[in-house]
Design a protein around this ligand. Structure first.
Ligand code: PLP
Length: 303
């Protein structure tokens, strides 16, 4: 199943700000692993799809917003690996479909819209049972692939990468960060940059994920969780909120380094890291910044 994916390249970022601070900056390009199923979303899907296959399900049902990277990746992965897919989309249908949803439909995904009130119950047994009744034998993957199987895949992101002091990552639910902490050594550290406002709540969520993972019957990781921390003040007003400063930062970054950043996740993390370097927060370190993909979502910000 993994053979169609390219190993993610690590590139050095030549930045004067970083050089002056004695910081070596590297980027891990998960966005280049596959044209459609890229970034952290593939890692979160991998063991969910394996579980679905093992239990003989032929249909995957999952959830997302109208620009969701997870919906996009699930539609493509379903098509590629022979699953029917159903996407439960938050809110009303807008015609014409945006390019995320057009892509999902072209990959064979059936889209079903539910109102925002009902969507809030996506994690409840009640709604999931109702969906099972409506759509038959479906394997349900939570929004964003954020469960223990999703976390399991994320343990593999840094599998072959050892030589960095600090790994920086944008966080939505923290599932990716939780998984990645299980592949680092104790003398390494992870810094998560929540893209939601008030991201401190992730502290508890990540601790719970780690606790539940270690208590589960999934394969035990070789390492215990490496130290990690959250830096919560680079959310730019909240999820999918951006301003001109962030947009300009991403555009300049792409011009200088020929690396496109997504505005919702990786752009905010990069902005935060560069700002912190300027402030002297990092000294004489090697930082690995993880590009988690999501570039398809930039179409939501064309004006
Ligand atoms: C979903 C997503 C994230 C966040 O992953 P979590 O595991 O929810 O923290 C980060 N970056 C991109 C590009 C994403 O699509």
């Amino acid at each position: 199943m993994s053979s169609i994916f390219l190993p993610p390249p690590i590139q050095k970022i030549n930045s004067e700000i970083a050089t002056n601070a004695g910081v070596n900056l590297y980027i891990l390009r998960l966005d280049l692993m596959h044209p459609q199923i890229n970034g952290n979303k593939w890692f979160k899907l991998k063991y969910n799809l394996a579980a679905a296959k093992e239990k003989n399900f032929s249909t995957i049902l999952t959830f997302g917003g109208a620009y969701s990277n997870h919906i996009y990746a699930t539609a493509a992965a379903g098509n590629l690996f022979g699953f029917r897919t159903i996407g439960i989309i938050r809110g009303e249908e807008n015609i014409p479909l945006n390019s995320t949803l057009q892509f999902a439909v072209a990959q064979g995904m059936q889209l079903v819209y539910i109102n925002r009130q009902t969507y809030k119950q996506r994690h409840t047994e009640k709604l999931q049972t109702q969906l099972q009744q409506q759509f038959g034998e479906v394997f349900i993957i939570p929004e964003g692939g954020c469960n223990l199987n999703g976390m399991r895949g994320c343990i593999e992101i840094l599998a072959t990468i050892k030589e960095f002091n600090t790994v920086c990552l944008a966080c939505g639910t923290g599932t990716t960060l939780a998984g990645m902490t299980l592949s680092l050594n104790q003398n390494q550290k992870m810094i998560g940059f929540p893209v939601l406002k008030g991201g401190n709540f992730l502290q508890e969520d990540i601790n719970n994920l780690l606790k539940n993972y270690l208590a589960s019957d999934l394969p035990k990781p070789v390492n215990s969780p490496a130290p990690w921390e959250l830096i919560c003040n680079y959310h730019f007003g909240g999820y999918a909120k951006i301003n001109n400063e962030l947009k300009l930062f991403c555009q300049n970054f792409q011009e200088q380094h020929d690396i496109p950043l997504d505005y919702v996740y990786t752009g905010k993390m990069f902005y935060g890291v560069m700002d912190l370097i300027t402030q002297g927060y990092f000294q004489s370190e090697s930082l690995l910044l993880v590009h988690t993909g999501g570039l398809q979502g930039n179409i939501g910000f064309t004006n």
